[in-house]
Design a protein. Sequence first.
Length: 568
Amino acid sequence: MFLRTLLPGRSRLARAGLLATGLVGVGYGFDTFAYDQTLQRNVRTLYNGAIVTMDYKLNFVPGKVDTIDALHERVAARILDVCKRNGGLYIKFGQQLAAVPVLPPAYNQKLKILFDDAPAVPYEIVRKIIKQDFGKEPEEIFESFAQAPVASASIAQVHRATLKDGTAVAVKIQKPEIQRQIGWDLTTYKFLCRAMEFFFDLPLTWQADYIEQHLRQETDFINEAKNAERAAQFIAQAPGNLSERTYVPRVYWNETSTRVMTAEWIDGVRFTNLDEISAKGWSKKQIMRTIVDVFADQIFRTGFIHADPHPGNLIIRPNPITGKTQVVLLDHGLYVQCREGLKHDYAVFWKSMFSGDIATLSKIGESWGFSDIEMFASATLQKPWSADRPVHVDQSVDMENLFQKQLRMKQSVKSFLENSEKFPKELIFVGRNMNLVRANNKYLGSPVNRINVMANYAVQSLGNDWSLWRRDSNAAAIEGYTASDRGTEQRAKNRVTNMISSRLNYWTFRTALFLSAVVFHISRALQKLRLVFLGKEGKGFEDLVDGGMKERLEREFGLTIDESVFAG
């Protein structure tokens, strides 16, 4: 009636069209200004997800092998556009894709821009968040508060401030749209996982709920503050001098809430500032050894693991007491706690890779729901691993068989994840931790034999039980024989067999580490010789490892990996 009075003489269809246009306009404005474009962001995601799916379905076919690279390029560009326009958690999703080595190089080349600082919110909004969470203005809580942030990331930004007693602090402020967007974003993420699983026949949904749970925890700064304190306690309890070489900033609880976290301000040098690190005379080897030590200790001793140790979360400074180099760990929002049994089995898995204990590897693999031991061992070490043969160098890629090779890659991933309900989901974040540590080591020129250090921590965590060094097959045979013949003489023979077997396997392990150390030191010597005679540093140990992975992926699956993807 209102429209008929307002628009006399117009047809019913015209009035309906105007009504629909008005409703769309009101909805658009409400979504834009009241809900931070939440609806628009998800419509944009679903629309582009459908376009990407159709693009691959129509163009990733045998007859279009010569256009596959162009296909990857335009899909990566589309994903980048969605991540940049949506912001928030989509920045994190894009960063995850950029760091996946087995994706085509276009993904890394396009998406690595997402590692740059994100846009910051105005100071007026920061004031509003502090007032909402504490019931006070910033100047009532802090003696001073810098209006311009010193850093801005996907979900938060950091401001420098001082408490009323003059203590310098870093105040982390969550961006206001995150809480409204996170539910919709994660729902859309899970929907896309299901769609990809349906259209491409790849198991993806098994890990969606677990990742959602931890991303939600990352947006709760009370949880982050608790993680920081727990990590600091574990470091203080670590054997050796790890507590002198590593530091976690103190949390100030009176100035901390779900969306605001206040912690001790640390003056230091960013991990990425190599020029200043060199100017101060700090040892890259000592810095990197501390980083490898602290995270190996988390993986194999405490099981409480920082899942986001990227370079921006590492600061280097002199220890205020000893003056020696100290690594400061920041951003404790994303942690994973491994179960005790999983921690033990993971250490045994590492030990067995170096001792060549295929029976134990197979047993653990079966319990974790995967069948391809070589694939998982290679992913764990982040270097090619084979039970019975070395990796041969073959840099050629047969374009005629490219489609078939990439299909084989898909089938390998599919078969590997067939029993995904058994797979320990904690290993998702353990793998992320190790990938970032590897990338950090490479960034410093590979001064540390990361693989050997990790293997030694794994073995130390198992204690002095020699029975762990028996091969499962030998152990089963010995136990069965003992059950059938309980004679004193036979039991004595079994004890001797057990002793010899365990010592032999232990020294097989040590020999493997020794050979790895030889290769590492040769690579370091060649690096230094190249620097002396040619004026530039050569490739390090991590480069050699990456090269082996690159060659294997090219040879077996036709994936030409961009070198920068291994930079983390």
